[in-house]
Design a binder for this molecule. Sequence first.
Ligand code: GDP
Ligand code: IMO
Ligand code: MG
Length: 428
Amino acid sequence: MSAFIVLGAQWGDEGKGKMTDYLAEEAEVVVRFQGGNNAGHTVEVEDKQYKLHLIPSGILHDEKLNVIGNGVVVDPEALFNEIDYLEGLGVKVTPEKLIVSDRAHLIMPYHRVLDALKERARGKNDIGTTGKGIGPCYTDKIERCGIRVCDLMHEDVFKEKLKENIEMKNAYITKVLGGEALNYEEICAKYLEFAKRLRPFVTETSVRVYDSIKADKTVLFEGAQGMLLDIDYGTYPYVTSSNTTSGGVSNGVGIGPTMITNAVGITKAYTTRVGKGPFPTELNDKVGDWIREVGHEYGVTTGRSRRCGWLDLVIVKTTARVCGLTSLAVTKIDTLAGLEKIKICTGYKFNGEVIDYFPASLEDLAVCEPVYEEFEGWGKEVADARSYEELPENAKKYIKRIEEFTGVRVSIVGVGPKRDQTIRVGEL
Ligand code: GDP
Ligand code: IMO
Ligand code: MG
């Protein structure tokens, strides 16, 4: 029995999509447990590139079951656009390959409107969300006025819940946020059409995942975002609205934590972040610009340029602790090729001492000064390596230091965006 997690150890975009696609070869079931179409997961296979937002990255393999778990927030319009996009690229998306939890909450048009209006109202304190309605949808879930997939499957229930929500939301949108009211009839008709197309995909996914694990099938849980965007352990309030950590899997899928065997943290060989919020090792200089260009660091979901900086091992070590990582996958080691010197942050100077954990308070974080270790760079031949032995010596030293500092083994090294540009070093 094996049920393992693939999650982001930084601020997202670590290469989870690529790793999930690669590891899906070893799994029968791939499950998303949180987030929504705020995610942007890129997978490259041969000469084709696929951009996934809501559908698990196992979909490119035939014969795998892909699951959108109860912890995910589902925008049906985005889901169908993604299905059409994939089918256009020759990828079949049938109810045999994809199932959606009846407990998942629906992203409604008013969630997207509220996301935009609240960001506008925050002014210079905006979060820099993806604008997909994620925060407002999770807010309704906790507020207990959300509309779930199972509600959409019952026309009368859906109509009643939508009516109540539209009345409340319109009052808030027009009177508090200065926006325009939404039309009940239009939304109702649109979603009832979505319901027809959604129905064959909808099921009690928790049972399917549980039964798969019990039947000794390998299950992969694909995280979205990253540990530092976690609602509890991230750089609050500059975070997303779900639990991106290992802890989120159990709740977001409906299986007990004792069924999960491994957790693989994905970390880039450097650090990036999109949107606002603290970033101690950010490089606002030529090196940062260089990494952005060479690493194509532009958001998959919003197209925004990503902020870039040195690898921060304080963050990765914190993720290792909070998520119980059993191994690490280090991606984009090829991107750094050509730099003469490369730095790794191994602590923060804070109140006269050096700490190696990530502080909760943004005010404390603002006065933390990164402590760096410097490493010799390596050359572009790194992209051709297909085994650990073939990696340049300096790249190996870099990887060794990551293992030593975090106390976690490196199981995979990424040397390029394609499925085959991946080096398997050891057990997950
Ligand atoms: P995700 O959100 O974690 O799935 O990551 P994104 O897809 O948003 O961003 C990661 C980017 O890096 C994508 O363009 C991937 O194709 C690419 N990528 C992943 N692993 C590697 C790697 O090892 N080397 C290089 N050069 N690119 C990679
Ligand atoms: P993947 O899965 C990077 C960021 C947004 C913003 C904050 C809140 O591709 O790694 P939200 O729309 O979720 O309310 O935005 O979270 N964010 C991501 N950053 N990668 C992602 O997903 C992200 N999803 C959300 O930029 O700062
Ligand atoms: Mg991404």
